[in-house]
Design a protein around this ligand. Structure first.
Ligand code: GLA
Length: 409
């Protein structure tokens, strides 16, 4: 098996090289440390911001960790417990950052989270201040990365925020290209600092999808990058974000994902159909699944959405191919994604209301590359069904029919 690559590539090593290698055995080269593999499927977990915002405390994080286990979410794949903004205190005379009084002992908190089979994430940014005005990492990147590693942090969300004010305005770059170079360099600096610690940490860029981050994110070691501004717990925001993801599929893959922001499932006043559509589409988009709800008070119907194993399996599919929007008819849109083993997922989203002319909707199988009746599983009802050409489909207001076709024809 070891030599298979040469055979497969049909490579013939020049005879002189072979002879030289054979007569003079080379001393074994020390292996370059290989980059730790994280985020081979989109990261799953929970983040404090969408529910707690600036109020989050150590106890909330511990409660979230306990609930991840008690609700079965950990076993469904949610692993990261991420502390967002407002944990930061002041730097001491040596530049070491301390936590504020809400987080008295980060190492102990990391141990608590790890003891439950979970991982701990943290938040900072390339400017001097975070979005909420706390200390960020400008000029202290290596120091902060080392501190995270010492604490046992497994994930960093790195948020642009004051970078423009602190660096762009100070350096007054001549043009946009120079501006972009400065920003990429700042993200690269932290990417390298994290790598240098030797501790595997997921690196999550948060700069709202500016400057086509999906094109340069992987080059700074990012495992995910936000593609939009901040999500909000209402359908308008969820739908607007979905619309912005069309065309980004080619940038996602194992180790590097588009991030349409954290989940709002269970937050605000969204209907169950809207929560289902939100979760269905995030799974189709191979998005990180970071719940952001009040875990200790989660309603059973919300838990059922967040722990639907079939939908999670779409998100976590090993091929790592993000869905593409294949066609739109009126206010109904059809997205498909190829899955490992030749299977396929299809999401049919009714973004309109029940009165629109396109409803009920007739599926055009040929338009999504399928021919003849297709056996499928409805991933929300669990029922097996057969999709036929021009079949009339009733999809309620803001709901999504999400199916998996094991053997598409
Ligand atoms: C920005 C980010 C949010 C959150 C807040 C914290 O707005 O986009 O996700 O991290 O900062 O201040």
């Amino acid at each position: 098996m070891k030599f298979a690559p040469f055979a497969l590539l049909g490579l013939a090593l020049p005879l002189a090289v072979v002879a030289q290698t054979a007569s003079k055995p080379q001393p074994a080269q020390p292996k370059a440390p290989s980059a730790p593999l994280v985020a081979q499927t989109p990261p799953m977990g929970w983040n404090s911001w969408n529910y707690f915002a600036g109020r989050v405390t150590e106890q909330d994080i511990k409660n979230a960790a306990d609930q991840m286990v008690a609700t079965g979410m950990r076993d469904a794949g949610y692993v990261y417990i991420n502390i967002d903004d407002t944990w930061e205190g002041e730097r001491d005379a040596t530049g070491v950052l301390h936590t504020n009084q809400k987080f008295p002992d980060m190492k102990e908190l990391a141990d608590y989270v790890h003891a439950r089979g979970l991982k701990l994430g943290i938040y900072s940014g390339p400017g001097a201040k975070t979005c909420a005005g706390y200390a960020a990492s400008l000029g202290h990147e290596e120091q902060d990365a080392k501190l995270y590693a010492e604490w046992g942090i497994d994930y960093l969300k790195y948020d642009l925020c004051s970078f423009h004010r602190d660096v762009m305005e100070a350096k007054a770059p001549q043009d946009e290209a120079e501006q972009m170079r400065l920003m990429i360099a700042a993200y690269d600096k932290m990417g390298k600092a994290l790598k240098a610690t030797g501790r595997p940490m997921v690196y999550s860029l948060c700069q709202y999808g500016w400057d086509a981050v999906w094109e340069w994110g992987p080059s700074v070691g990012a495992n995910l990058w936000r593609t939009t501004g901040d999500v909000q717990a209402n359908w308008m925001s969820i739908y607007e974000i979905i619309e912005r993801q069309a065309g980004l599929a080619k940038y996602a893959g194992p180790g590097h994902w588009n991030d349409p922001d954290m989940l709002e499932v269970g937050n605000g006043k969204m209907s169950l159909a809207e929560n289902r559509s939100h979760f269905s589409m995030w799974a189709m988009l191979a998005s990180p699944l970071l719940a952001g709800n009040d875990l200790p008070n989660m309603k059973p119907e919300i838990k059922a959405i967040l722990t639907n194993k079939d939908v999670i399996a779409i998100d976590q599919d090993k091929l790592g191919k993000q869905a593409q929007r294949v066609y739109v008819e009126g206010q109904v849109e059809i997205w498909t994604r190829p899955l490992a083993g030749g299977a396929m997922a299809v999401a049919i989203l009714n973004s309109g209301d029940d009165r629109v002319a396109t409803h009920p909707f007739r599926l055009n199988l040929a338009k999504i590359g399928l021919h003849g009746p297709q056996k499928a599983k409805d991933l929300w009802t669990g029922q097996e069904l057969t999709l036929t050409e021009n079949q009339r489909l009733e999809i309620k207001h803001h709901d999504t029919l999400l199916v998996r076709i094991a053997q598409p024809k």
